[in-house]
Ligand binder design. Sequence first.
Ligand SMILES: Nc1nc2c(ncn2[C@@H]2O[C@H](COP(=O)(O)OP(=O)(O)OP(=O)(O)O)[C@@H](O)[C@H]2O)c(=O)[nH]1
Ligand SMILES: [Mg+2]
Length: 201
Amino acid sequence: MSYHSLFKFIIIGDNYVGKSSILNQFLEQKFRETGLNGFELRTKILDLENKQIKLKIWDTVGLYCYNSITRQYYRSAQAAIIVYDITSRKSFESVRNWIKECQTYGTQDMVIVLVGNKIDLEEQYNINNINQLANEINLLFIETSAKDNLNIIDTFSLAAQQVFKIVQNSQQKNELPGVRIGQAFNQTQNQQNSSSSRGCC
Ligand SMILES: Nc1nc2c(ncn2[C@@H]2O[C@H](COP(=O)(O)OP(=O)(O)OP(=O)(O)O)[C@@H](O)[C@H]2O)c(=O)[nH]1
Ligand SMILES: [Mg+2]
């Protein structure tokens, strides 16, 4: 399928926060109660202001012992989606570490979107200084529910919009930070496609 631009994302965050569930909801409009575990490259065409954007997204495993594997994927990613669980203070406290990982192993203009997932469990909300963190580090911030399909598409659209802006700015300066922009053609609003693969990006 033809597309206007290709963007690469990585989804990170502690174990069990719902990274794979967010991706499943985004790609397949499905939610499973049982967790999924593993590194996986997943792709989807996203419609962004009538442009077909191909997203390649690396799903990662949040356990510390997998961090060295995750680090291999930062450099090629234009955006990192950092997920925490709104019912888990520990997963929120890890956010700073995940940001540090992005700053250390990612590119300088990497877009970071902070996602507070499981908002359907609002009664167990356990985070209070989120706005402070988002302002302090100048992050984009959104709350989601993979279970109820709340703000899932918006999360990826938000990241893609920011990457698009950066690409346009660098094109004006004649720099291209590893993003391929093709000719837009055959654009239709409803052209959406999803697939999954375990191959290399
Ligand atoms: N209530 C609720 N449960 C969720 C939501 N998202 C994920 N879960 C559940 O949380 C658990 C962990 O979800 P996963 O998607 O496997 O988490 P993960 O971040 O991919 O975990 P790792 O791959 O092990 O790092 C699963 O039991 C999911 O069903 C949500 O939005 N609401
Ligand atoms: Mg997972």
